[in-house]
Design a protein around this ligand. Structure first.
Ligand SMILES: [Zn+2]
Length: 105
């Protein structure tokens, strides 16, 4: 993660809000894949996934989306995203450029 706005105080504050909201509700859905945290596979290391604040549009600092059980609308948001999905997206970001949207079950 080397995006310049990750040092932005708004990102730090909003990211914390999103993570707190996500952790407070067991029905939180990952904006990227629509699954609950417990439905995500563990990391390759065996570590359990955790909630991150993910960008719905790569590289754009969106506002925090705190209705964590609902998908965010179109546009840039900081939304709850499982660490496993976040890691995968970061690895793909160079090739893809931006998100392809999500499939909400
Ligand atoms: Zn996910």
């Amino acid at each position: 993660m080397s995006q310049p706005h990750h040092r932005d105080p708004r990102f730090i504050r909003w990211g914390r809000l999103v993570r707190d909201a996500a952790n407070a509700d067991p029905n939180t859905r990952c904006w990227r894949c629509g699954r609950r945290l417990t439905d995500h596979p563990p990391h390759k290391t065996g570590a359990a996934p955790t909630w991150h604040a993910g960008h719905t549009i790569d590289g754009q600092l969106g506002r925090p989306w705190l209705k964590v059980t609902e998908p965010p609308p179109e546009g840039p948001w900081l939304a709850a995203e499982a660490s496993t999905c976040n890691v995968t997206a970061g690895a793909r970001a160079g090739a893809r450029g931006r998100g392809t949207g999500y499939s909400w079950p």
